[in-house]
Design a protein around this ligand. Sequence first.
Ligand code: HEC
Length: 159
Amino acid sequence: MKKLILITGIATLIYACSGSSENKTSDTAAAETATATETPEEKQAADARGIGKFTNVEVGETLDAAMADAGTKVYDVKCASCHKLTDEKLVGPGWKDVTKRRTAEWIMNFSTNTDEMLEKDAEAQAMLEICMVRMPNQNLSDEDARTVYEFMRKNDGIK
Ligand code: HEC
């Protein structure tokens, strides 16, 4: 847990637009929504998945190149205007290492359930505070969300 906070802290320093109040807000949210039946570990794992329909995304050890190619097209049309592939912020955070700082479930939930995540997810809210722009709902299909995720993995060096 300490290690995780440290990693989050470092990531926060390195990446513009990822939110310096992250730790504080997620603790507050955790306190508000924790239920008696959930252990802290379960709560943490649930938080890492974000809010939405994706609770268990199957991800291969190697890249699915065809899927990543399909994701490139979605990225070009719907995401490139706001997200660079480096760690540099455009309108939203750059995507370099996004698959390392977030789970597949969190990314796909955020990509398809953006409004609810921005309203309720502590990490998403912390980003919003920094970026000052609400990411608009992109009307992605589940499949598009999965292919873009594979494209992000490719961008992060998975082969
Ligand atoms: C109009 C600009 C805009 C477009 C287009 C856009 N985004 Fe975003 N995105 C943002 C902003 C701004 C944030 C930061 C959260 C906020 O402030 O709403 C963000 C955050 C994200 C994050 C979290 C990044 C991180 O570092 O944790 C993901 C994942 C994401 N967007 C996916 C997508 C996908 C997938 C698409 C294309 C289908 C897309 N976005 C299109 C503006 C945009």
